[in-house]
Write a protein that binds this ligand. Structure first.
Ligand SMILES: [Zn+2]
Ligand SMILES: [Zn+2]
Ligand SMILES: [Zn+2]
Ligand SMILES: [Zn+2]
Length: 274
């Protein structure tokens, strides 16, 4: 409703309070003009002091890119490494504003090819504004001309940064709102201590649970939603993380999860008959 005033097709679907601010869910990626409208709207609410309003920001996402045109075996006889790429990137103006989301990955373009493909992920706005500045640009890598290409394919299995499950990207997530990596409840990890039930006092329990002291991190343990291990859903100790480039392993896990779900449905139906 609030974005309708500027004849924009962007609509705010729902606004939810979160400690330290509000989170606004929109039907498409807001542009600068939409963000200005949101800022004006928030400033027009008398009960909020003007000084309390920070500039609305888009949540970050990742863009996936690849580099082609560099041989897999370098003139000195060594294999091209991820460090060779990051060192070159440091000296190039083209990459000045780029923040890598992970170490670049170097693979052979095909088993018989002598060329490499370098996959790299960058932190970006949700409309990929940084990726757009890099795509189809070339740069010198030693005596070779390397070219950056867009790719919607990441060679690894994606982990959703909304619900923290593996196998779909954050963009295609069907969960409403963000989930916490620790407890999988509908809040962001930074608000876990304030919003999670585990840190609230409960006198009905035996023994009664005390509230976690303000400013202290949550001391409670939760199981990872993916592997049920004693770590957060995005921990690199998780076997799902370790196998993220092994699609075969992942398909097997997905199949096992489907079978477990099917079995539990049968049990539920069975118990109704009894
Ligand atoms: Zn998801
Ligand atoms: Zn939580
Ligand atoms: Zn807790
Ligand atoms: Zn895990």
């Amino acid at each position: 409703m609030l974005l309708k005033s500027i004849k924009s097709m962007t609509r705010a679907k729902f606004i939810c309070p979160c400690p330290g601010g509000v989170s606004i869910n929109t039907n498409s990626v807001p542009n600068t003009s939409n963000l200005n409208t949101i800022e004006r709207y928030l400033k027009s609410i008398n009960s909020i002091g003007n000084e309390k309003i920070l500039i609305p920001q888009l949540s970050q996402s990742k863009s996936y890119l690849k580099i082609t045109g560099i041989p897999y075996i370098q003139p000195n006889g060594n294999k091209l490494t991820s460090d060779d790429i990051t060192t070159t990137m440091k000296y190039l103006e083209l990459f000045e504003l780029v923040n890598l989301a992970a170490k670049p990955r170097v693979i052979k373009a095909s088993p018989k090819s002598d060329m490499a493909i370098i996959w790299f992920d960058i932190w970006d706005s949700q409309n990929s504004s940084k990726a757009k500045l890099l795509i189809n640009h070339s740069f010198n890598f030693g005596r070779y001309i390397a070219t950056i290409r867009a790719t919607n394919m990441n060679p690894g299995v994606p982990q959703c940064h909304n619900c923290w499950k593996w196998g779909h990207s954050t963009f295609s997530c069907r969960a409403h709102g963000s989930r916490c990596q620790k407890c999988n409840s509908p809040h962001k990890l930074e608000y876990h201590r304030d919003l999670a039930w585990c840190c609230k006092a409960n006198s009905k329990l035996n023994p009664p649970r005390l509230e976690t002291a303000k400013g202290e991190p949550c001391p409670h343990n939760f199981k990872c939603i993916n592997c049920k291990g004693e770590h957060m859903a995005d921990d690199n100790k998780c076997p799902f993380w370790k196998h993220r480039f092994n699609r075969e392993w992942y398909s097997k896990k997905a199949q096992e999860a489907r079978e477990t779900r099917a079995n539990s449905t049968c049990l539920a139906v069975g118990s109704i008959k009894i």
